[in-house]
Design a protein around this ligand. Sequence first.
Ligand code: NAP
Length: 266
Amino acid sequence: MDLGIAGKWALVGGASKGLGWGCARALALEGVNVVMVARGAEALNKAVHDLRLETGGQVQLIAVAQDITTEAGRDAIWNAAGGPGKDHDIVVTNAGGPPPGDFRNWDRDAWIKAIDGNMLTPIELIKATVDGMAARGFGRIVNITSSAVKAPIDVLGLSNGARSGLTGFVAGASRSKIASQGVTMNNLLPGKFDTDRIRATLPAMAQQQGKTVDEMRAFHHAQIPAGRYGSPQEFGAICAFLCSQHAAYMTGQNVLADGGAYPGTY
Ligand code: NAP
């Protein structure tokens, strides 16, 4: 299926690895030019290099090694040489998630950092780009949030809280005037995907459950109807669909990608 987005420009946060990389790759394979952001230059440059090879140089890929949660980082993105400035057609908001832990140990600074990274940063990226999208009559915003928005995980309280704030914002903003101007805004909620992030959170979960990391992973697999973690490529394919011309009538949604783990009917 031709997604109808070749030649568009996308900004993808957290794009050197994991889910952001999966989204950047899927979009680039559809002919979308991508500005890829991550803090670590080495992994980012390697990801861009590999994707250039995979796409046969058919799309423009720009690496911006910056912290997307800072104003300076975002300014560098808008000013990236060869990029579209703020005139992106597609924005995939994503950065690392907050650390796991016990809410009793989180002070105000921990909360501000989580809210900054997982709520206010996506909102800043949306603010900067959405009116241009509306003026051009096409725009797609996909926020990578978490299945924890629907089914909270106790040790991920910072994530549960900050992402719920973003979800509430998107529910309203997506239904504003931009909905009639060709701009959609949806959240994509990963369940358990095989990335560095889950490898980093497994030990805390394992410790809490009195299991080894291997036992914890097997336990997770057994809890997921699909019987396994998802892959970044699978996640990217769903993201690319949400960014496609075909998904024009889908906005304000929270789309779960979790192998069936969420047990509810709705
Ligand atoms: P990952 O494999 O650790 O990749 C995170 C990516 O984001 C890397 O490219 C990282 O590169 C970049 N990044 C992190 N902080 C950044 C920042 N401040 N500015 C720019 N780039 C930044 O993580 P993932 O599994 O793909 O997770 C992506 C998001 O989905 C996270 O918010 C995570 O909490 C959420 N999530 C993941 C899962 C899962 O199963 N994987 C489930 C639920 C929710 P640098 O470190 O070099 O910046």
